[in-house]
Ligand binder design. Structure first.
Ligand SMILES: *[C@@H]1O[C@H](CO)[C@@H](O)[C@H](O)[C@H]1NC(C)=O
Ligand SMILES: *[C@@H]1O[C@H](CO)[C@@H](O)[C@H](O)[C@H]1NC(C)=O
Ligand SMILES: *[C@@H]1O[C@H](CO)[C@@H](O)[C@H](O)[C@H]1NC(C)=O
Ligand SMILES: *[C@@H]1O[C@H](CO)[C@@H](O)[C@H](O)[C@H]1NC(C)=O
Ligand SMILES: *[C@@H]1O[C@H](CO)[C@@H](O)[C@H](O)[C@H]1NC(C)=O
Ligand SMILES: *[C@@H]1O[C@H](CO)[C@@H](O)[C@H](O)[C@H]1NC(C)=O
Length: 476
């Protein structure tokens, strides 16, 4: 229905305004592409069509960390056992790297490198726990704990737990205590420079800093992953995606002290479906453009989410002075529950002890759609489109947005933001400017209301297509 709707909008637009049609059409190009943007999970099944390891069929080779001397008492250092087991599992086709259930394995910062032989399964049923003392952390691996790289066609599964034991790291963060130096801390689980990777069932918690990072990877499927860190743990992003394409996150439950999901530079074709977020800072694109850097993010869809008791709902954040662009984003079917800033674009993002100066360059933001977003806001400004004066946001489209505050009225804040709304938009988004006069067309005409408020059936679209004269006549 919604795809048809967009096409109908475009059709009507072109009918009415022959001159500006190309310009306007281009403004929607990426949004329209998003309507067709389905990352079909079934496409990848073949890659992952691996029977469970418990089955003897398929000639699985079980590589149990216990057979390599792991103790699993949570006290003995099992790092070497894991390293040896990895070396073995990686070198044998169809092997299963097994972390058995019911035990706690203490493992130091470790790189698990590929490439490996085909059809490796990493079966994590037990708990892997990090040493909790930052002072003893290997300085050569300062930013990582369990780091998997150069894998192709690998399945991570099991109902085990990856526990970063982060509390001492949090206490030593400069966010917690300004007299601490600002230093990066390890990421609990990293999948880097890999392709065709599936992760399902795992729990990642109490990471030293970010919980789960997907970097420089393609074709990644994350499902039924749960991430939890306390709401006041600093910079503990749930799932962070950087320089990666074709990534699907679904059925994930994330509660952290920072963004539940953050998507940054070099990422494209990212789909998030059925996400629970809270506590945390919401689902974010960015930050981008820090220190005058280039940030590019395109084609992102969040479809079906419950965002509860978070600082932000759906956010795009960029620093002043950056370059690049965010283009083609759709947030839809999102329920907000007591969220500080449910819908926010912040082009003045400044997560630094020093204040940030406004600059002339900025990461450009365009073709951002919010559709079927409802629920409650904590702040009166339920929607904020705070865009750079020198690089206004363009083509922000709102449809069926309804945000309420428990007590008091709600409003929309705009700075240099261009776009329009249709259907119910509450609070009203009249502060969005429209540099194309045509946009007002959608809001004013009876026909457009008709298409907006009722289901757009195939017939209606056909009508619009095949009976142009009549439609135009009705309009005018
Ligand atoms: C982990 O590595 C550090 C630094 O290399 C070392 O001091 C420590 O003994 C290792 N093991 C544990 C369990 O921390
Ligand atoms: C902050 O860190 C300083 C230096 O490490 C310490 O003396 C102080 O007690 C800490 N403050 C709090 C509130 O933890
Ligand atoms: C942004 O991503 C691109 C593409 O992956 C990469 O080449 C570039 O180095 C990245 N820039 C920054 C500042 O990380
Ligand atoms: C970014 O560019 C601005 C304007 O050219 C300059 O004043 C500033 O120092 C630059 N910042 C960094 C971190 O390079
Ligand atoms: C709107 O979003 C809510 C929350 O995700 C969902 O329950 C509902 O089915 C959606 N409505 C439509 C018409 O898709
Ligand atoms: C930057 O520009 C915005 C929008 O015009 C303005 O609200 C803000 O005060 C400016 N910030 C600084 C530090 O000048």
């Amino acid at each position: 229905m919604d795809k048809l709707f967009i096409i109908t909008l475009l059709g009507l637009l072109i009918l009415v305004n022959g001159v500006a049609e190309n310009l306007v059409y281009n403004n929607f190009a990426m949004l329209e592409e998003l309507e067709n943007f389905e990352i079909d999970d079934e496409d990848d099944v073949e890659l992952f069509d691996i029977p469970s390891w418990t089955s003897e069929r398929g000639g699985k080779v079980l590589v149990n960390v216990d057979s390599f001397g792991a103790v699993g008492d949570g006290i003995s250092d099992d790092t070497q056992a894991f390293v040896k087991a990895w070396g073995t599992a990686c070198a044998i086709p169809k092997s299963v790297f097994l972390v058995p259930s019911g035990r706690r394995y203490l493992v130091n910062a470790t790189r698990f490198k590929g490439p490996c032989e085909d059809k490796l399964i990493i079966q994590i049923d037990g708990t892997i726990v990090a040493p909790d003392e930052p002072k003893n952390w290997d300085p050569n691996l300062a930013r990582l704990w369990l780091d998997f790289s150069k894998l192709n066609g690998v399945l991570f599964q099991g109902n085990g737990v990856i526990d970063g034991s982060g509390s001492k790291w949090w206490a030593s963060s400069c966010k917690k205590n300004k007299s601490n130096p600002c230093r990066g801390a390890p990421t609990a689980l990293t999948i880097d420079s890999s392709s065709a990777v599936k992760v399902t069932g795992l729990t990642i918690k109490n990471s030293q800093q970010m919980n789960f990072v997907i970097s420089k990877s393609a074709s990644v499927r994350i499902s039924k992953v749960s991430v939890s860190s306390p709401g006041d743990s600093p910079n503990t992003d749930g799932i962070h995606i950087t320089q990666s394409t074709n990534v699907v996150l679904q059925d994930c439950k994330i509660g952290t002290g920072d963004d539940c999901i953050s998507i940054v530079n070099g990422s494209s074709a990212i789909k998030m479906k059925r996400i629970y977020c809270g506590p945390g800072h919401g689902v974010s694109i960015g930050s981008l453009g820090k220190d005058n850097s280039t940030g590019i993010v395109t084609k992102v869809v969040l479809d079906t989410a419950l965002i509860r008791e978070t600082m932000n709902g759906v956010r795009i954040k960029t620093w002043q002075g950056g370059n690049g662009y965010v283009r083609g984003v759709r947030f839809e079917n999102v329920r907000m529950d007591n969220v500080d800033n449910p819908i926010i674009i912040d082009q003045f993002y400044c997560d630094s002890p020093k204040s940030c100066q406004n600059q002339t360059s900025a990461v450009r933001i365009s073709e951002i759609m919010y559709r079927n977003i409802s629920g409650t806001t904590k702040s009166a400004k339920a929607m904020k489109f705070s865009c750079s004066d020198t690089a206004p946001c363009s083509t922000i489209v709102l449809s069926n947005v309804n945000l309420e505050k428990e007590a008091g009225t709600v409003e929309t804040y705009c700075n240099s933001a261009e776009g329009f709304g249709y259907g119910i938009v509450h609070p009203s988004a009249d502060c969005l400017t429209s540099h194309e006069k045509d946009y007002s067309f959608f809001e004013q005409t009876e026909v457009s209301q008709d298409y907006i408020l009722n289901d757009v059936t195939e017939e209606k679209v056909e009508l619009a297509d095949s009976n142009n004269d009549r439609i135009v006549h009705t309009e005018l």
